[in-house]
Design a protein around this ligand. Structure first.
Ligand code: PLP
Length: 361
C-alpha cells in the first residue's frame, strides 16, 4: 500500500511523544508539564469565552496577542509570531528558514523533534557531539552551511548555554538563520531577546505549555526581526491561516496579564528542583545542573531502563530515551513537592533493593 504514499510520508520518522497516561493514581513526570494549574484569571477568561462566538473563525492574525507579547518582551508586535504550540512554530521555521541541500547543525543530544522535522522537510543535518558533561561546544556551531537550531536551556539535559556563547554562535553564522528554542527559559538561563536589536538572523521560539501551565491549549510563539516573522507568516498562510483557536487566544492573553501568578509558580518549581536535586544526589544519583523544569539523572548502579520500568509499576512515569548517548539517564519533570517526595521514596527503595541483588553494571 505504501506506493500510495508520497516521498514525504515514506521518509518521515514520526516523533514519539511521552506517554499520556492520565489515570488519577499516576504521578506523571514524563512530559515536562507544569504540576500547577493555569492562573485563575485564565480559567475565568475561558469560562467567559464559551459563547456562541465559537461559531466564528478566530483572527487569522492574532493582533491583540501579538501586541500583548510585544509589550511584555519589549519588542514591536511586528517582531512576534504566534502558532499552535511551539512545535508548530518550529515546524513552520524549518519550512521558512532551512533549505534542502544546505546542511544545518544541532546538538547530538537535544529535542528529538529536530531530526523528525529535518527528515520530513528533506533538510540535511549534522549532529554536533556534546562534551562528556553534556555541554555544547560553542565553536562547533560556527560557520554552518544552512543554519543552526538548539534549545536553551537544552533538553533533555537542562543545561543552559551562557548568553556570550549564544551571541558568538549568531555572529559566526552571518546570513544564516539561528533558531534558539527557549521552551524552558523561564526556569533559568538567559534569554537571547536582548540580542535581537543587533542581529537580524535570529529567531527565538517560546511556549506557554511549560511555565504557563497551558500545554492542553497549544500556544507557542516566536520573536525575531520583522523579516524573519514575515517568512513565518508567509509559510503559515500557505498552510493553515487560522492556527490559533479562540479559546487558546483568550487563555494566552489572560496568562500574560497575570505576572504575579506566573512568577510565583515558577519560583515554586525552581525551589522544588533545587531541593530534590540534593535528595537524588543523596541516593547516589548524578544530577546535571538544570535551568529547566526537569532533572536529568543517572545512577551508577541501576540501569536507567530498569528504574523507568520499576517506577512505572508503581504508577510513577518518568522519561527514558533509548539513544546510545542518553540510555543511562532518566529525565524527571519537576512535580509538586508531594509528588517528588513519593518519587524520591520509591527511588530510594528501588535503588536499595537493586543494589542488594546486583553488582555494579
Ligand atoms: C525543547 C522543546 N521545544 C519545544 C517543545 C514543544 O512545546 P509545545 O508544547 O509548545 O509544542 C518542547 C516540548 O516538550 C521542548 O522540550
Amino acid at each position: 500500500m505504501t506506493e500510495l504514499w508520497s516521498d514525504m510520508a515514506r521518509r518521515t520518522k514520526p516523533y514519539k511523544a511521552g506517554e499520556q497516561i492520565n489515570t488519577i493514581d499516576t504521578i506523571k513526570l514524563n512530559t515536562n508539564e507544569n504540576p500547577y494549574p493555569p492562573s485563575p484569571r485564565v480559567v475565568e477568561a475561558l469560562q467567559k469565552a464559551l459563547t456562541a462566538d465559537l461559531r466564528k473563525y478566530p483572527e487569522s492574525d492574532p493582533e491583540k496577542l501579538r501586541n500583548a507579547l510585544g509589550e511584555y518582551h519589549k519588542v514591536s508586535a511586528a517582531e512576534v509570531f504566534v502558532g499552535n504550540g511551539s512545535d508548530e512554530v518550529l515546524a513552520l521555521s524549518f519550512m521558512a528558514f532551512f533549505t534542502p541541500g544546505k546542511s544545518i547543525l544541532f546538538p547530538s543530544v537535544t529535542y528529538s523533534f529536530y531530526p523528525t522535522y529535518a527528515a520530513l522537510f528533506d533538510i540535511q543535518y549534522d549532529e554536533v557531539p556534546m562534551g562528556k558533561d553534556f555541554t555544547m561546544n560553542e565553536e562547533a556551531f560556527y560557520q554552518s552551511a544552512g543554519g543552526v537550531i538548539f534549545p536553551n536551556p537544552n533538553a533533555p539535559t537542562g543545561i543552559a548555554l551562557p548568553l556570550q556563547s549564544v551571541e558568538r554562535i549568531i555572529q559566526e553564522n552571518p546570513g544564516r538563520p539561528v533558531i534558539i528554542d527557549e521552551a524552558y527559559i523561564d526556569f533559568g538561563g538567559e534569554t537571547a531577546i536582548s540580542l535581537l536589536s543587533r542581529y537580524d538572523n535570529v529567531l527565538i521560539t517560546r511556549t506557554m505549555s511549560k511555565s504557563r501551565s497551558l500545554a492542553g491549549l497549544r500556544i507557542g510563539y516566536a520573536i525575531g526581526s520583522e523579516l524573519m516573522i514575515e517568512a513565518l507568516t508567509r509559510v503559515k498562510n500557505s498552510f493553515n491561516s487560522y492556527t490559533i483557536d479562540r479559546l487558546a487566544l483568550t487563555a494566552a492573553e489572560a496568562s500574560i496579564e497575570d505576572e504575579l501568578y506566573f512568577t510565583e509558580t515558577i519560583q515554586r518549581i525552581i525551589d522544588t528542583r533545587e531541593r530534590f536535586k540534593k535528595v537524588f544526589e543523596s541516593i547516589g544519583f548524578t544530577v546535571l545542573p538544570s535551568s529547566a523544569n526537569f532533572l536529568f539523572v543517572h545512577h551508577p548502579k541501576v540501569p536507567a531502563v530498569q528504574l523507568y520500568e520499576l517506577l512505572k509499576e508503581h504508577h510513577i512515569l518518568v522519561r527514558h530515551f533509548s539513544q546510545p548517548e542518553t540510555e543511562r539517564w532518566l529525565r524527571v519533570t519537576i512535580g509538586t513537592d508531594a509528588e517528588m517526595e513519593q518519587l524520591a521514596q520509591q527511588l530510594f527503595k528501588t535503588v536499595d533493593a537493586w543494589t542488594d541483588k546486583n553488582t555494579a553494571y
